[in-house]
Design a protein around this ligand. Structure first.
Ligand SMILES: NC(=O)c1ccc[n+]([C@@H]2O[C@H](COP(=O)([O-])OP(=O)(O)OC[C@H]3O[C@@H](n4cnc5c(N)ncnc54)[C@H](OP(=O)(O)O)[C@@H]3O)[C@@H](O)[C@H]2O)c1
Length: 385
């Protein structure tokens, strides 16, 4: 029996994780769960799952949860999230929060020797060097949930590191891939939110439309697999059947193919190194019409270029990129920022930042706060050029 904590249980990945747990009652049990604002849903989940601990972000929401009849122990605030991530009965922490709040709890979970199943790529973008060093120091296993990285992780099993020539991250191109520059200029919110392959939370769906998501994934892959930027390639693959390739030095390509269903990478992160019965429909090869691969277009999708530039600069450039992007996407979702202004806001925030090469946790948190504040101020001043 593996006992798990789910940070972000009310989100898209969190709900899929609960489905995986429900289909493996002999192997998995949820001990701790945490959410931020969807308290009605959290109350329903807690009533079904009956964990030992539930964490919420503030006192009013804790009271609301109690009013809804929750009798489970409630932990509150940043310390509550740490308690959920380090609960003594937990073996695996599923990290599926949006935003930066889970960074310190994940660090504490690693220090407590927990296995990490990581969906929240932004945490590696912010603090990759720190997290990887801690994972190595504490000898823990970190299994990615992000489907492309789950694919690469699977392909790399049993492969000698010196035989790896390149990692190839695929991307469907998102909801706007087929649009011309003039069509993109007038794109509607509905078009941006209508991802052709994946059903995900709102922030990652916008990141998929700008292709920032692929940029964040390149940075994530650098840290997870310790492969330099020049040996990581992005290709657009509209069918989204192949989730990643590992190219070996003899030219062989290893690939992982599966339907677009997050329950598969989530289940693998929980079952690793075992394989359990399929959680989703199987891929029917004879029904595939074809597999296509194209170069990404950095002109139409400048966010990908911004992310690759930040990765080249390294250090806190990625922290500033991530903080500015988070604020830009949140403002876009609130209707305060136009879609075309997302890359502009990020670029202008990055221009004001002098990256620190080897940041400490405090420096990372300070740059994250600075980037968010700077981006927000520009939005509210309406001073984008
Ligand atoms: N969705 C996917 O298929 C997918 C695929 C690959 C990677 N990812 C990554 O996985 C992460 C989550 O994505 P998502 O699409 O599942 O996002 P989502 O649907 O927006 O869910 C985010 C979750 O984080 C919780 N949360 C935010 N701040 C919190 C805090 N301070 N304390 C506790 N919980 C907090 C939210 O709680 P409330 O809802 O209660 O506010 C919610 O449960 C992101 O980093 C994303 O890039 C997602």
């Amino acid at each position: 029996m593996k006992r798990i904590a789910i940070l972000g249980c009310t989100g898209s990945v969190g709900r899929n994780t609960l489905e995986v747990v429900a289909s493996h009652p002999e192997q998995l049990r949820v001990v701790a769960m945490a959410a931020r604002s969807r308290i009605d849903l959290l109350a329903q989940q807690v009533a079904v799952v009956r964990p030992s601990l539930v964490a919420v972000w503030d006192e009013p929401r804790a009271r609301e949860l109690e009013r809804l009849g929750c009798t489970t122990r409630i932990a509150v605030g940043p310390q509550g999230l740490v308690e959920a991530a380090t609960h003594p009965d937990v073996d695996i922490v599923v990290v599926a929060t949006a935003g930066p709040d889970a960074l310190v709890p994940v660090i504490r979970a690693i220090q407590a020797g927990k296995r990490i199943a990581l969906a929240s790529k932004e945490l590696l973008v912010m603090a990759g060097s720190l997290l990887v060093r801690l994972v190595q120091e504490h000898g823990i296993v970190l299994v990615p949930i992000d489907s492309e990285h789950a694919a690469l992780f699977q392909c790399l099993q049993g492969v000698r590191r010196e035989d790896v020539a390149r990692l190839v991250i695929t991307g469907s191109g998102g909801p706007l891939w087929g649009l011309s520059p003039s069509e993109m200029a007038g794109v509607s919110r509905e078009q941006v939110q209508a991802h052709p392959r994946w059903k995900m939370g709102p922030k990652i769906t916008v990141d998929s439309a700008t292709l920032m998501n692929k940029g964040l994934e390149v940075i994530e892959a650098q840290w997870l697999f310790e492969v330099p930027l020049e040996r990581i390639r992005v290709v657009i693959h509209p069918e989204a059947v192949v989730h990643g390739f590992v190219e070996l030095r003899d030219g062989s390509l290893l690939a992982q193919l599966s339907p677009c269903d997050m329950r598969l990478p989530i289940q693998y992160a929980l079952s690793f190194p075992e394989r359990w019965p399929a959680p989703a429909a199987r891929l029917e090869l004879t029904r595939l019409a074809g597999l296509h691969f194209e170069e990404p277009d950095l002109q139409r999708f400048p966010c990908l270029g911004l992310a690759l530039d930040a990765a080249r600069q390294g250090g806190t450039a990625c922290v500033a990129l991530n903080g500015a992007n988070d604020e830009a996407v949140a403002s876009y979702l609130e209707g305060e920022l136009a879609f075309a202004d997302i890359p502009r806001l990020i670029a202008e925030t990055l221009e004001q930042h002098a990256p620190l090469p080897h940041p400490t946790l405090d420096e990372i948190l300070a740059v994250d706060a600075w980037a968010r504040r700077t981006a927000r101020e520009r939005i509210h001043e309406g001073s984008l050029s």
